[in-house]
Design a protein around this ligand. Structure first.
Ligand code: HEM
Length: 276
């Protein structure tokens, strides 16, 4: 059977080659969704780093933050499932954000080569930063997914001793790389958002950009220092308990029997021993 001219036309149309270019709002909508999801994830990460670093204050404070998220101060009982749901939402947001970001990755050797030539030719810090963001974003697909899955399926295993044991017993290399990847990625991402949507516009755009870059590097350095100190604190506790299987922290006034009096401000309705 021989192909007719009409068959050939249908084939071309079927492959989408006959589509006429037309105006569409979708690229702008997808860009907005990518910016929005990136902003939420970036702000979440700032909060996350502060919550996790409460271990630097004391195990009691970190325990209270953890149990606060589990609804303990509200229900009088801890429900780690609440944390599981929060993690699932963050996970879904991260997957959506990654999917949207993939539109902009170079997808062939030729595209990569063209981008690299432009990057070298322009020698502009913002272009280089875009590349750092693409590379760290790619790394986060794997690094953050492993961490989030662990947190999602074992939300009850978060606490001063529980987290320290995990960090010490094999998770620290992942956290170390994840820390650098996420702080570079998030810092650059928030900086790009500020530039793209003109959040801090002034009469001198070049100077605004310089200032934004300084603030960006200061924030990145701050969170890297905080993250490294936090990791070191978990490692120290983890090392001191390396021979104890599945250590669990409970504040001394909530153990059974209590080994200390509760702080004066401790709510009376929570004066019973803590039962996980
Ligand atoms: C985009 C998502 C996330 C990223 C990129 C991320 C990244 C990180 C990094 C880099 C560390 C090491 C921190 C340090 O060195 O100070 C860490 C630790 C930790 N993260 Fe996340 N995180 C994410 C989401 C979450 C969520 C949703 C939870 C929910 C509870 C969580 C809970 C923890 C805890 C408890 C630790 C301390 C170590 C442990 O218990 O294993 N993270 N995370």
């Amino acid at each position: 059977m021989t192909a007719t001219a009409s068959d050939a036309r249908r084939l071309v149309a079927g492959a989408g080659l006959a589509d006429k270019p037309r105006k569409s709002r979708w690229p702008a909508r997808l860009d907005l969704a990518q910016s929005g999801s990136g902003l939420v994830l970036g702000l979440f990460m700032w909060g996350h780093m502060f919550f996790v670093s409460t271990i630097l204050i004391s195990p009691d404070v970190m325990w209270m933050v953890t149990k606060g998220f589990e609804g303990y101060f509200f229900f009088g009982r801890a429900f780690p499932q609440i944390v599981g749901v929060i993690v699932a939402i963050v996970f879904a947001l991260m997957i959506g954000h990654a999917l949207l970001a993939m539109r902009k990755f170079p997808i062939s050797w030729k595209q990569l080569h063209t981008f690299n030539s432009h990057r070298k030719l322009l020698a502009h810090e913002d272009t280089t930063l875009w590349w750092v963001q693409a590379v760290t974003g790619f790394a986060l697909f794997f690094l953050a997914a492993v961490h989030l899955y662990q947190m999602m399926v074992h939300p009850g295993a978060i606490g001063p001793y529980e987290s320290a044991a995990r960090v010490w017993h094999g998770w620290w290399p992942l956290y170390l790389v994840l820390l650098f990847a996420v702080e570079l990625h998030g810092g650059i991402g928030l900086y790009r958002l500020a530039v793209k949507w003109d959040w801090f516009a002034s009469a001198d755009p070049a100077q605004t950009r310089r200032r934004l870059r300084t603030v960006k590097w200061a924030i990145t350095a701050f969170f890297l220092a905080l993250g490294l100190l936090t990791l070191a604190a978990y490692m120290k506790i983890g090392y001191s308990q390396k021979d104890i299987a599945n250590p669990v922290y409970t504040p001394p006034w909530l153990t059974s029997p209590p080994t200390a009096a509760p702080p004066a401000w401790w709510p009376k309705y929570l004066n019973t021993p803590f039962r996980p």
